[in-house]
Design a protein around this ligand. Structure first.
Ligand SMILES: C[S@@+](CC[C@H](N)C(=O)[O-])C[C@H]1O[C@@H](n2cnc3c(N)ncnc32)[C@H](O)[C@@H]1O
Length: 498
């Protein structure tokens, strides 16, 4: 077998064993790690031998432990990702403590899945201690699981170096840890709140009461599924859903907000973060009872596609693909390039051809001028030169990969080019950076519809409608081409009804 085929077989096998997805670009590192694991176990480090070894029906515990040690990334620290912790302290804990009073002491169960060396579950324990609730009256348990038993051993020991405290206040460190030479030992009162157990998320049977993974109130599974094959991640997300009590929460990291995985959940915004909640589907669907069917004018680039939504008559809009906020509808599109006018003025007067010329000229000496390049991208797009617009937009993103304007404009161009999957990826990034942009939610809904993923589309439209609920109908939504909130509401209802 060629080395290439061997590597494909190895990558697939690691997916089956642990859910982990290693890409081709990681091959050399993967081989090195596998060879180290094999050598440490006294096995052959030859690639074919490793491939055959991985195909074994079952592994000795020391074999799987060695693989976990060499193949997993255990990066973690106390008080990681504040938005999730804010949700936990400000909403989840108070809700759970109120519910527990009603439920008369029924157990409250928290699960840190993929807990690594314990910083995450101990953070949750500390937050519970710090909360203004009587823990004695709350029958709380924190289960912390991981594939890597070495990490779990460290967690059980509870001894940490300074690096684990990079986001922890001195006060908390002082209160819940005891200094031991250059390390810090977690205090027993916190240590005793957490139970650590090995569990492989890719293969374990859950939810089942035997391993305490059923009837959970909150699951923290952060920075874990991002390393998994998408199919495995989807399956695990569904199992998490089953493991949760109604209204239970699944907290992922903000870089793992992949709608495709979590489509069964309701997406909730809190403290600039997005989190997943198990909601009664009936409740979500009821929100649609107010749906209306109506004819909506075409308003934005993505509706400019020649393909109209089925069975809907959609008015044509004469607006350009991407307009500036100050865009004037008076038609000056054919005006000659005026050397007295700046590229911005040319753009604002809809003189896109002249704007392109002016931008290109200026960019020869100011290559790094992002505002100029942005105007060039918009003008190219508005004159239908989508391929060139996309290339220029990519140049912008190379210079600033997390600029929401650049991400959104590129996504808009991709939508116009009907590259739905790619557009979705850029919109997802944009939402991560700014979850409150109404236009991005609208675009996400539209793209998901195009991809035939109606559930996900529905979620974005519902989120958008929820945000619009609190806005007066005449409020101007600048990012949606100065459309009014009322109009956007109508349009969203129409899209959601398609
Ligand atoms: C980057 S750490 C995340 C730690 C913590 N959740 C956080 O966000 O700080 C990822 C953890 O996932 C664990 N992991 C990887 N594959 C796993 C699997 N199949 N089952 C359980 N845990 C797994 C790794 O061992 C590692 O400890």
């Amino acid at each position: 077998m060629h080395q290439e085929q061997e590597l494909i077989a190895i990558r697939n096998q690691l997916g089956l064993l642990f859910g982990l997805n290693f890409t081709e670009s990681q091959d050399s590192l993967l081989v090195k790690n596998l060879q180290n694991a094999a050598t440490e176990l006294g096995l052959s480090s030859d690639l074919s031998a490793i491939k055959s070894w991985l195909k074994k029906k079952s592994f000795l515990p020391e074999e799987s432990n060695m693989l976990a040690k060499y193949l997993t990334i255990g990066e973690t620290y106390f008080f990681r990702e504040k938005a999730a912790l804010k949700l936990f302290t400000e909403k989840i804990i108070p809700d759970l403590s109120a519910k527990s009073l009603i439920d008369d002491g029924k157990p409250v169960k928290i699960w840190s899945a993929g807990c690594s060396s314990g910083e995450e579950p101990y953070t949750l324990a500390i937050l519970l201690k710090e909360a203004n609730i009587n823990l004695k009256n709350l029958n709380i348990s924190i289960l912390a699981t991981d594939l890597n038993v070495n990490a779990l051993a460290k967690a059980t020991k509870g001894l940490y170096t300074e690096w684990s405290f990079r986001e922890t206040s001195a006060e908390i460190k002082e209160k819940y840890f005891t200094k031991q030479n250059k390390q810090y030992q977690i205090k027993k009162e916190i240590r005793d709140m957490v139970v650590f157990k090995p569990l492989n998320l890719a293969t374990a049977d859950f939810p089942v009461s035997e391993n305490h993974t059923d009837q959970i109130d909150v699951i923290f599974c952060r920075n874990v599924l991002m390393y998994f094959w998408s199919e495995t991640a989807k399956t695990i997300a569904t199992k998490f859903y089953q493991a949760l009590k109604p209204e239970g929460w699944l907290i992922t990291s903000q870089v793992e907000l992949i709608d495709e995985y979590f489509s069964v959940f309701s997406r909730e915004h809190y403290a600039n973060g997005i989190f997943y909640q198990k909601k009664d589907k009936a409740v979500v669907l009821n929100a649609n009872n107010g749906r209306q069917s109506m004819l909506a004018p075409k308003t934005n680039s993505f509706l400019k596609s020649t393909k109209k939504p089925a069975n809907r008559k959609v008015e044509h809009n004469k607006k350009p693909f991407i307009s500036s906020k100050a865009f004037s509808t008076s038609n000056k599109a054919n005006a000659k390039a005026d050397s007295q006018q700046s590229p911005q003025q040319l753009f604002e007067s809809a003189n896109y051809t002249a704007c392109i010329e002016a931008c290109e000229e200026k960019l020869k000496i100011q290559q790094d001028n992002k505002q100029l390049r942005l105007l060039l991208v918009k003008s190219l797009a508005n004159t239908g030169q989508l391929k060139q617009a996309a290339e220029e937009a990519e140049t912008l993103l190379k210079a600033d990969a997390i600029n929401p304007d650049f991400l959104n404009i590129f996504a808009n161009i991709l939508m116009e080019m009907e590259e739905w999957d790619k557009a979705k990826n850029y919109l997802t990034k944009s939402l991560y950076i700014n979850p409150d942009l109404l236009a991005t939610h609208f675009n996400m809904g539209y793209v998901y519809q195009k991809l035939g993923k109606t559930k996900q589309a529905e979620k974005h439209f519902q989120n958008l409608l929820k945000s619009l609920e609190n806005m007066a109908d005449n409020t101007i939504v600048s990012e949606m081409d100065n459309m009014t909130a009322g109009r956007l509401k109508e349009l969203t209802l129409m899209m959601a009804a398609l």
